[in-house]
Design a protein around this ligand. Structure first.
Ligand code: GDP
Length: 534
């Protein structure tokens, strides 16, 4: 949990200095694109300072450091995620983990509110996949700058130019490759560094277990050495230049263009280049907009917001761990801060639990860092914490759910506990709760981004609120925003239902996009809006 931010080499002081040397990012990718492998490779090339919670979940590469819930232990996966802190070139890099696979959930999206940039990791053979596109949509909505990494270039895949076209067409971003592969996918020899014109040749190490040596050569040497592979790379790079695909810092920061790198994470190829891009190009934490229309400057007194809650070891005591991103000032262990939502004080302590290997608790954190706060049962996802000067950050958005199920108490006599539990889970953002007059309060609809959220809800209803529940999946997979005037006509349609969020907003649920199209054909005037973020 503890974030060791003490720089052992040359301790610079002051919040502005510490903020300027911080980069916080998340990887957006589809399962199997190589996120865990890349994380591992980054940790090999940069010095890991601390690990908050669990980062690596597979292949037994490293043991899981947080097994908080029984369920989590049983399944060997992490339900909620945390962050990994690395030191590279005197820069503190926070990699905030985005849960994927079976644990893909609203938390995955919320992580994107805690970072200043994202790395879009793409499998060279598969291109842009579904989960990547969903996460991209949230990044785009938030205006987060994106660096693209084309991974697995050591394996047969698509052509590099074709991948660039796909990025342009499907994301609207202008790809501006910083490196260009020498050798087709499956024959990865190195990259042409388009900024220097030089050839960076990769040399494989056994199993990719250690840092792969890179040799930098002049173009003439590269041409002699690699022949046609070099010529092709140089020609394609010129084509890109002619098309204006050159890095532009302003459009990158504005989320209009995306620098592209080619890599093979499993061999540690291209990993240095990514770290360099993070340090040289990715933005440091900046002022954060507040609900009052102003912004919290990084030098202002301490502030942070909670982007994730995790149940503690001892569910009987409702222990909660809150992960908060520092937005301004210095976080000092033991400091008493105010929760903007309740106006109540919150005494901070780092988690005392020992995580992983030898790791000392460190006492300070700066903007961009993630802190794990224990005994946080009074906090909720989206809460703002501050010291001295009050501030409140806008609430985290709720995201478009794709899984729906009715929930009801197994024991009708426990309706009071049931209602309290559902309200609590809703307030915490564990699941979304949708209601309608037709369904009544006994069996509201739970809505989630990932089915894991249902399991967490079910588990907590039984273990914590003493109200075991039954879930019945509904055949919907899509929710669109609508308004009261259309509700009646939509409800009259087969396989369509209109439900109300706590906020009063109405969502029309459909079994799939095909049904949306047919309903729109019948009722061209009915307004249905996509729901990336509210
Ligand atoms: P994640 O689901 O995105 O975390 O993906 P993993 O990191 O677990 O990788 C999925 C699979 O792809 C594993 O078998 C990796 O060894 C493999 N993989 C990851 N990166 C590369 C790469 O650069 N080249 C090749 N050939 N395989 C890779």
């Amino acid at each position: 949990m503890a974030q060791r931010t003490v720089d052992e080499q040359s301790p610079p002081t002051g919040v502005a200095t510490q903020t300027a040397r911080r980069r916080s990012f998340a990887v957006i990718s589809h399962p199997d694109a190589g996120k865990s492998t890349l994380t591992e490779a980054l940790a090999l090339h940069a010095r890991a300072i601390s690990e908050a919670g669990h980062v690596h979940g597979k292949s037994g590469r490293r043991h899981t450091v947080s097994d908080w819930m029984d369920m989590e232990q049983a399944r060997g996966i992490s339900i909620t995620s945390a962050s990994l802190q690395l030191m590279y070139r005197d820069t503190v890099i926070n990699l905030v983990d985005t849960p994927g696979h079976a644990d893909f959930s609203e938390d995955t999206y919320r992580v994107l509110a805690a970072v200043d940039s994202a790395v879009m990791l793409v499998d060279a053979a598969k291109g842009l996949e579904a989960q990547t596109m969903k996460l991209f949509a949230v990044c785009k909505h938030r205006g987060i700058p994106i660096t693209t990494v084309i991974n697995k270039w050591d394996r047969p895949g698509r052509e590099a130019l074709e991948l660039m076209d796909e990025i342009t067409e499907r994301t609207g971003l202008t790809p501006t490759p910083l490196t260009w592969p020498v050798g087709i996918a499956g024959d990865f020899r190195g990259v042409l560094d388009r900024r220097t014109g030089q050839y960076v040749r990769f040399t494989a190490t056994a199993g990719g277990a250690s840092i792969a040596p890179e040799e930098v050569m002049d173009p003439e040497v590269a041409a002699t050495r690699e022949g046609e592979a070099w010529e092709t790379a140089a020609e394609e790079s010129e084509l890109l230049a002619a098309a204006g695909a050159e890095h532009d810092q302003e459009t990158f920061l504005a989320g209009i263009s995306t620098p592209v790198l080619f890599a093979a994470a499993v061999r540690n190829f291209g990993v240095h280049a990514l770290l360099d891009v993070l340090v040289d190009l990715a933005p440091p934490p900046g002022p954060r907009p507040a609900v009052d229309g102003g912004a919290r400057a990084v030098e202002d007194p301490f502030s942070a917001f909670v982007f994730k809650m995790q149940a503690g070891m001892d569910t009987a005591h409702r222990d909660r761990l809150a992960f908060a991103r520092v937005c301004s000032g210095v976080f000092e262990r033991g400091m008493v801060v105010t929760s903007a939502r309740t106006g109540k004080p919150f005494a901070t302590k780092y988690a005392q639990q020992a995580f992983g290997r030898d790791r000392s608790v460190v006492d300070e954190a700066y903007p961009g860092d993630v802190v794990g706060l224990v005994n946080a049962a009074s906090l909720q996802v989206g809460d703002t914490l501050y010291l001295d000067k009050p501030v409140e950050f806008p609430p985290l958005p709720t995201f478009a759910p794709e899984h729906f199920a009715t929930v009801r108490a197994k024991d009708a006599g426990r309706y009071k506990q049931f209602r309290r539990g559902i309200a609590q889970l809703e307030a915490e953002g564990v699941v979304q709760v949708l209601r309608s007059g037709l369904r009544g309060d006994q069996a509201p609809v739970l809505a989630a981004v990932g089915p894991m959220q249902f399991e967490v809800a079910q588990h907590r209803m039984a273990s914590e609120f003493n109200a075991p529940v039954e879930l019945e999946p509904l055949g919907y997979s899509l929710a669109l925003r609508t308004t009261g005037q259309w509700a009646e006509r939509l409800t009259a349609e087969r396989d369509v239902e209109v439900l109300r969020r706590e906020s009063g907003e109405l969502l029309a649920l459909f079994p799939g996009q095909w049904r949306v199209r047919s309903v729109q054909r019948t009722h061209p005037d009915v307004v249905l809006e996509p729901l990336v973020a509210a």
